[in-house]
Design a protein around this ligand. Structure first.
Ligand code: S3P
Length: 451
């Protein structure tokens, strides 16, 4: 995987407006789940629009290692020959999940209720991230775990052949933790219940229902989501079309808003209510964004998003919006650098445990480029409108969204912006550099020059 190879230094230059109509790759969350749920259904699932990135290919390899057959077809679709719930095989070797938190955490849930022993590894970023948030509820269900100090990877688990159904209140806003418990509950006799005090992305719930699981969601009087799953359903293979990833669309949208003369439309983007907090925030900042051709695809709302260069103003982003834009704070911070006044973002504690400590990585990247900001434990204030910004080199810490966000900064800053390693972009958005080239952006890849 490229994040283990030599660093890819890329420099972004300003001066050209961005124009065009583009598609971004398929949604990463839905892509992981399509392969995983396909592996658990008995028979052939077909997937079109799968995100073919390192993280997702890692999940395909992981499912193949436990007996499924995920195969890319000549027409660019993917098929998954699923083995059926309860029939996963023990892998012959440790499974490397690379950079993918979603891949490893959801897979842990799946393996937990199968009587197999699995060792999981990851790159330096993934090996630094907390796994206890998933391993602890799985221990309650009967899983045996051996993990590196502090429940970090590498970790080995032995799934239970008689897992115990639990009721679990998710202690932090995390769709991965919710999903891991639900996925363990799939092959567990009885009712598994997950209580979600703060709503997070609901792809696991929606897609499991689509695959035939008996899963219900209720909202109690305190506004908590109560998700109940009856164990051991017969999952039916599906035909899935993966919509465009709103977290990837965020980059061309913000790039258009901050680069004078730009007008960009991103087609076929997922508009799930738990994923569009960034659009809400940008509209509050005065962005010229319109949503066109709203339609439904595979049980999800999708649409085309048009963004034109805009004069933005600073806003306060409330903490309760964080789950619906959790991956978008780095790029919102870049938009904030071009807004008049302060943008204050609250409720950012989860950013500390992403692919990097994203709160610190964003703050250091802004500072390196002359953009005033104040980092607190769980908030960030960015003061927009500074003169003569850019000129810095940003440390990306194996974090794709840090790399992409600061390249966008460079497309509109007064001076070029360099990122120390753009290779991790391949984990989620392999066509990023070429797509910005097509829109008119100047992204200079030092490695290509040298080759
Ligand atoms: C994801 C959930 C989020 C998000 C990640 C994808 C998912 O992580 O940051 O990129 O597909 O469930 P958390 O569950 O840690 O919030």
């Amino acid at each position: 995987m490229s994040h283990n190879s030599s660093p890819q230094i890329v420099t972004a230059h300003s001066g050209s407006p961005l124009n065009g109509q583009i598609k971004v790759p398929g949604d990463k969350s839905i892509s992981h789940r399509s392969l995983m749920f396909g592996a658990l259904a008995l028979g052939k699932t077909t997937i079109s629009g799968l995100l073919e990135s390192e993280d997702v290919i890692g999940t395909a390899n992981a499912m193949n290692a436990v007996g499924a057959k995920c195969v890319r077809q000549e027409d660019d679709t993917w098929t998954v020959e699923g083995v059926g719930l309860g029939s996963l095989l023990e892998p012959e070797a440790p499974i490397d999940f690379g950079n993918a938190g979603t891949g490893v955490r959801l897979a842990m849930g799946i393996f937990a209720s199968h009587p197999i022993a699995v060792t999981m590894t990851g790159d330096a970023s993934l090996s630094g991230r907390p796994m206890g948030r998933v391993l602890n509820p799985l221990r309650e269900m009967g899983v045996q775990v051996v993990a590196r100090n502090g429940d970090r990877l590498p970790a080995s688990i032995r799934g239970s052949d008689t897992p115990i159904p639990i009721t679990y209140r998710v202690p932090m806003a995390s769709a991965q933790v919710k999903s891991a418990v639900l996925l363990a509950g799939l092959n567990t006799a009885g009712t598994t219940t997950v209580i979600e005090p703060v709503a997070t992305r609901d792809h696991t719930e929606k897609m499991l229902v689509g695959f035939g699981a008996d899963l219900k969601v209720e909202v109690n009087e305190s506004g908590e989501r109560i998700i109940t799953l009856q164990g051991q359903p017969k999952l039916q293979p599906q035909d899935i079309t993966v919509p465009g990833d709103p977290s990837s669309a965020a980059f061309p949208i913000v790039a258009a808003l901050i680069t004078p003369g730009s007008d960009v439309t991103v087609e076929g983007v997922l508009l799930n209510e738990h994923r569009i907090g960034l659009i809400t925030s940008l509209l509050e900042m005065g962005a010229d964004i319109t949503i066109l051709n709203e339609r439904e695809s595979g049980g999800e709302k999708i649409g085309d998003i048009r963004a034109k260069y805009s004069r933005l103003k600073g806003i306060t982003v409330p903490a309760d919006r964080a789950p619906s834009m959790i991956d978008e704070y780095p790029i919102l911070s870049v938009a904030a650098a071009f807004a008049q006044g302060d943008t204050v973002m609250f409720g950012l504690e989860e950013l500390r445990v992403k692919e990097s400590d994203r709160l610190a990585a964003v703050a250091r990247g802004l500072e390196a480029n002359g953009i005033p900001c104040v980092e607190k434990q769980d908030s960030l204030t960015v003061t927009g409108g500074a003169n003569n910004i850019g000129g810095g080199t940003v440390t990306t810490h194996l974090d794709h969204r840090i790399a992409m966000s600061f390249l966008i900064l460079g497309l509109a800053a007064h001076k070029p912006v360099q990122v120390d390693d753009a290779a991790p972009i391949a984990t989620s958005f392999p066509t990023f550099l070429s797509m910005f080239g097509e829109l008119g952006g100047k992204l200079e890849n030092k490695n290509e020059e040298a080759a």
